[in-house]
Each structure stands twice: as structure tokens, then as C-alpha cells.
Ligand binder design. Structure first.
Ligand SMILES: *Cc1c(COP(=O)(O)O)cnc(C)c1O
Length: 366
């Protein structure tokens, strides 16, 4: 009876802690005031999942955690930046926003603009945006234009448009995006009670790695004992401008979210690498798909770009000190890119089978 009551109370307490969205949760770390109209879909507070499988692959008593940011309202970490960017745009009296996107930025911009009552415009590279992301932008009511060129060109165009016309740019050159995204680092420290030894993260424009590092640094000012992680950024070998320190004219990778040849946050990313004593490396598409499958085999479905963080971790297996704690950031949800999953899996899928018990039980091996 008493036990039952205690159990019930615990349950109630869990429910009572209703998550208010990341701006309310981390308000004192963010550039908002009582005048800022908060546009939120209760983003943030995503799970930090212990991966037994990856911990075993790395060995040496290492613990590998997955920051599953694909569980944000529109299915990627972009929501963290967008709640800030759209709230501030609204505060400044803006009525429309614009972005270039490989898909997830447009989904998040369209959703938060819709929530905030703003108009959104989106420029995407024709043929290189995953189906789920395009569906979202269209459903949330963005006006979408696909151009016969890549992301880098699209960004160049929207930057110019936002200078000429009264529209706010919400790509990661918008400083409020970084502010919102840094809260993911706060959540990791809140969950672990310390920071990881390594943070493994995919890089496209390198806004997210910049944001995480800012987050870890700001939290360490509050908690002096916090030892900062090494920031390990990964790109696909067909699209690795930060690893090779060049501009890639025709970036090419299955991981469309990081198919970027000229990252806008290049200089900031270099500084992150230097300050954190981290490293930037590339992984092949084959390694990305292999990591993508390992994750799914443990029940975690992310998009290919996100799996680059895990592919990178596996590549560095022999460099990892024993008893390390590692966090891999899974930036987007696997449902975003169903085509990739359907083309790249090892499942047994028998089609066009006669609906006959005997026939089917034989196929199942009984
Ligand atoms: C945007 C995005 C990235 C890259 O993030 P940057 O901040 O551009 O480095 C990685 N993965 C997914 C799923 C994304 O949507």
C-alpha cells in the first residue's frame, strides 16, 4: 500500500516536470527579454541514450552515448536554433523569413514561422533534398523554390535577397541560431553531470559544432570543475571542405544534409578545433551507411548525415583512452530520408507472396 503510494507519487513528479521548451528552460543563458514573443514547439530535452553496442565496439570500458536530436518537433536539431531565430525575428517586427537549405533548416523555418504567424521562403538544391524534409516545408506552408544548383549557391542568393528586401535570414549565419543550438550542450552536461571526453558531430556549415562548443564553455563558467570535451567534427569524404581546408566545387555524398562545399562558419569551426584540441576528419559514404545500420540494429534510426558522427567514432577506436565517455550527436531523424533506408538495409523482405498460412510459415522457416 505504502509502496504503491510512493510509486504513484514518483510517477506524478515525472509528469509535473513538463518541459516548457528550451528558451524557457535556459532563459538566463539566452539573449531574450520579457518583451521577446517566444515562438516554441517545446523543442529540446531530447534523450541521451547509452549505446551498449557502440560501447562494446569501442571497448576499454568506454561509454558511448547518443544525443538523439532527431526527436525534436520537426525531427532535427535545427529546431533549437529556429525557436530563437523566429522569436527574435518576431520581436524585431519582421514579417517574413528566408533560408537556403539542404532540407532540415527549411522544415524547421517553415514550422516555426507557421507557429509564429510569419511568412517563410525557402531555396533548395533541385533533387538533393530528402523526401521527408520537402514534405514538411510544403505542409508547414513555406513558399519553396528549388534551384538548378547546389546549397552553396542557394545560400549566396538568399543572403543577397535578405540584404535587399525586408526579410530575415535564418541560416546559421543568423547569430540567434547558434544561441539556441548551444542548449544541446547544456542538456548533455545536465544529464551526465559532467561533460564527455569527446563530442563527435557531423559538420556541414559547422554552425552546430560552433554552438556546442559555445554551450560547453558557457556552462563551464558556471561550473568551474567542468572539463571541456575534445570536439571531433566529421564530414563525408566527397564533401570535406573543412578537413581538406579547401572549397569543394561539386560536393557529393549520400548524406545530403552535409552536402556543403563552402561552410559559412569555417573560421569559427577552425577556432573550435584549436581551442578544444579536437580534430576534423572525413568518413566515406560506405562507412556512414555501415554506422547507420549499426545504430538501427539497436533501435535508433537517424539520417545518413547523423551517422557520420558514429562512423567517425568507430574510425578512431584505437585513439580512445580507456574509460572515456563519448557523446555522438544524432542530428536528424531517420524518417526524414526513407529512400536511403529502403535502398540501404540488410532486411529480409519477400514481396508478392500468396496469402496462404502454409506457404508463409515455410518462408518464415517453421
Ligand atoms: C544541418 C544538419 C547538419 C549539419 O549541421 P551544421 O550546423 O550545418 O554543421 C548535420 N546533420 C543534419 C541532419 C542536419 O540537418
Amino acid at each position: 500500500m505504502v509502496l504503491k503510494l510512493i510509486k504513484r507519487k514518483l510517477k506524478l513528479n515525472y509528469r509535473k516536470k513538463k518541459w516548457p521548451g528550451l528558451i524557457e528552460a535556459y532563459r538566463k543563458y539566452l539573449p531574450v527579454s520579457s518583451k521577446t514573443p517566444i515562438v516554441s514547439l517545446q523543442e529540446g530535452n531530447t534523450p541521451l541514450i547509452l549505446s551498449e553496442k557502440l560501447s562494446e565496439i569501442i571497448g576499454n570500458n568506454t561509454k558511448v552515448f547518443l544525443k538523439y536530436d532527431g526527436l525534436n518537433p520537426t525531427g532535427s536539431f535545427k529546431d533549437r536554433g529556429m525557436t530563437m531565430a523566429i522569436s527574435k525575428a518576431k520581436e524585431e517586427g519582421c514579417e517574413a523569413v528566408i533560408c537556403a537549405s539542404t532540407g532540415n533548416t527549411s522544415a524547421a523555418a517553415a514550422a516555426y514561422a507557421a507557429k509564429g504567424g510569419l511568412k517563410s521562403f525557402v531555396l533548395i538544391p533541385d533533387g538533393f533534398v530528402a523526401q521527408g524534409k520537402l514534405a514538411q516545408a510544403l505542409m508547414y506552408g513555406a513558399e519553396v523554390i528549388s534551384i538548378k544548383d547546389n546549397f552553396d549557391k542557394a545560400l549566396e542568393i538568399v543572403r543577397e535577397l535578405s540584404e535587399q528586401f525586408p526579410i530575415t535570414l535564418v541560416n546559421s549565419v543568423n547569430p540567434y541560431r547558434i544561441e539556441g543550438q548551444k542548449t544541446a550542450a547544456f542538456e548533455i552536461v545536465d544529464d551526465l553531470k559532467f561533460s564527455p571526453d569527446w563530442l563527435c558531430i557531423p559538420m556541414g556549415n559547422a554552425g552546430n559544432i560552433t554552438a556546442y562548443w559555445k554551450g560547453f564553455k558557457e556552462y563551464s563558467q558556471k561550473n568551474k570543475k567542468l572539463i571541456l570535451p575534445k570536439m571531433m567534427g566529421f564530414q563525408s569524404s566527397g564533401s570535406a571542405p573543412l578537413v581538406e581546408n579547401i572549397i569543394v566545387k561539386n560536393p557529393d555524398t549520400i548524406a545530403t544534409a552535409i552536402r556543403i562545399g563552402n561552410p559559412v562558419n569555417r573560421e569559427k569551426a577552425k577556432l573550435v578545433k584549436k581551442e578544444s584540441k579536437g580534430d576534423f576528419q572525413s568518413v566515406t559514404d560506405t562507412e556512414i551507411i555501415s554506422a547507420y545500420k549499426i545504430l538501427a540494429s539497436e533501435g535508433v534510426f537517424c539520417e545518413p548525415a547523423s551517422a557520420a558522427s558514429v562512423a567517425g567514432l568507430i574510425k578512431n577506436k584505437n585513439r580512445i583512452k580507456k574509460e572515456s565517455t563519448i557523446v555522438c550527436v544524432l542530428t536528424g531523424n531517420g524518417l526524414k530520408d526513407p529512400d536511403c533506408a529502403i535502398k540501404n538495409n540488410d532486411a529480409i523482405f519477400t514481396k508478392n507472396v500468396e496469402p496462404d498460412i502454409k506457404n508463409i510459415s515455410e518462408k518464415l522457416g517453421f
